[in-house]
Design a protein around this ligand. Sequence first.
Ligand code: ADP
Ligand code: MG
Length: 667
Amino acid sequence: MIEFKSVSKIYKLEDGDLSALENINLKINDGEFVVILGRSGSGKSTLLNILSGMDRPSSGDIFFNGKNLVKMKSDELALYRRDNIGMVFQKFNLINSLNIRENIALVLKFSGASKADQKKAADKTLDGVGLLQRAKSVPAKLSGGQQQRAAIARALVNDPEIIVCDEPTGSLDSRTGGEIIEMIKELNRRGKTVVMVTHNKDYASCADRVIEMSDGKITSEKKLKESANKNTEKQSIKKRLSFLSALSIGLKNSMRRKLRFFLTSFGIAIGAAAIIVLVSFGAGLQKTNDDLMKDFSQLEEIFVTGANYDSAGMGIATVNTIDKLKEKPLNDKTMDQFKKIPGVKDAYAQARFSAEAAFNGKTAQFYASKSSPLEYAQKSAMERIKYGNFFTSDEENSIIIPYEMAKIFGYSEADKIIGQEAVLKNFNDLINPDSKVEQKEFKLKIIGVMDEKDKMIGAMIPYKTGIRINNEILAKEAAKDDPELYGSIVVRSADPKKVSEIKAKIIEMGYGATSFEDMAKSFGEIFSIMQIILGVIGSVALAVASLGVINTMLMAILERTKEIGIMKAIGARNKDVRRIFLFESAYIGLFGGIAGVIFGIIVSKIIEMIVSFYLQNSGEADFLSFYVPPYLMLFVVLFSMGVSMAAGYIPSRRASRLDPVIALRDE
Ligand code: ADP
Ligand code: MG
């Protein structure tokens, strides 16, 4: 039973208060059929909306089976609506993007019914109104009468006690209207309480009671017959919209404007990619650093070049010109001077030639990698060998070639080439192209091939073999007079802690000297610059993307205002609506995050390729590598979702707080 007790509704307008309802006292019994008549603007819809819990009165109380609607919170009202009220409107109010079955199933979604139950119940009610064949049609494909029948099915699907109809025939021709009225009468006969507003006095004859309204007041009440008056109190459904249903509604909604969805996620993707590049670069650097640190021998090295030069740039001693060498020669005499510096353990030279390596009629360009005596041989150098073995002496006539070279020699199965002989010839002075080079040929046995993945293009030869060739071709006659014999000299400190001290002395002597420390420092500098740039790009992109998400979601609310009203009318709670919209923005973040991870990995690979190409040409290898740990990908995707949801929070709250009556009026 419903009871209105001195219910008033006042709208505060600019030109004074408007009394839409004035002191309404009304009892509606269970199973009764009440028809409300009255001119337009007399307050009929307002009365129905208050009865349905869609709107609240300005004063007074409404009791439903003893419970006061006025005292209920808005979510309780939503559940009251969902479980007890079925609404039929003049304009049908079906959701256009859903088919008829989905429109009806939506009610059940908010009741937490399983998918199978949703379909079963929807089809049963559709069958009841004779529309089962049209279950898959969208509302626009149906006639007005069919749409209204679908709307009646929707009102019935949750088996509510009360059917509230606001001018249900107002948009229909009289014949179709008559059919709809017959249907509503039948519902009443089966026990539903019906409260119906109509303009058509003919339809009033079927009611148990006719109420007339004017200017917000009940002006007359006529009892035509006794109602069945049966009490059918119904158990409230305990279930709510499930998490999964909200997820699937959110996904469906986000796919409704695909272009907008993708453009918005693109912004997120750029931000996410910047994070990936930034962090993976740091992680890669850390990894390289750790690898190098394991190779303690490198920490003792000081790399000496001809003249002192500005090491503010890369800090890597690869820039060496003939002028600098002439000024400060690197030869055995200089090497002896270095060896005398306190704390120096050893010093040894690096060759300065390039050549051609010939094998079986094929030739490849030959560059020598940095080499050191076996006793200091680096683990990292040995680890590069995929086939064959490392050197066993500093003097042997052998060579370890890069995989690329083996391929040029015609060996795709690189291990087959091991044990064969290559010839070095056509030498060039790497530092002074004009200097006299004595052309000779040197036979070297191929004892190893590097890993295919190794990006180094230099070959390895034993340290003394390299120096012997260097001296024979560059200065056989005049070794003593040729001051600029070697390309560079490596000085080793006995103690890694003494490296900077020794380095300072060498620089004092006028030479250029760098150590791993410098290199780490300069990479650290590059890293912090990149970090700042990427950090700025990333945060700007994410900030802009957040605005994009907010905009997208606000647009979605504007476009779907009516739909939000419908969802509320069929029993969606504020939090259900909020969740659906929040999930929708989460999808933008999910998609943007995944795209950003992929995008970021691609960009890292490209940077890696460019930088390693550049570094190889300057003699250094593989210092810059990106490392994308799996947890980073996961983090970036979650973070993108978090950013999107944070941006979508305010819009989703706004959507959830829309007044259902006003939202339903939206066109
Ligand atoms: P009916 O359904 O009988 O045509 P309504 O209940 O829709 O009438 O409206 C009753 C009165 O309240 C009308 O004068 C209408 O203009 C006014 N009214 C309804 N809703 C609002 C609102 N949200 N703000 C201001 N006035 C309103
Ligand atoms: Mg009305």
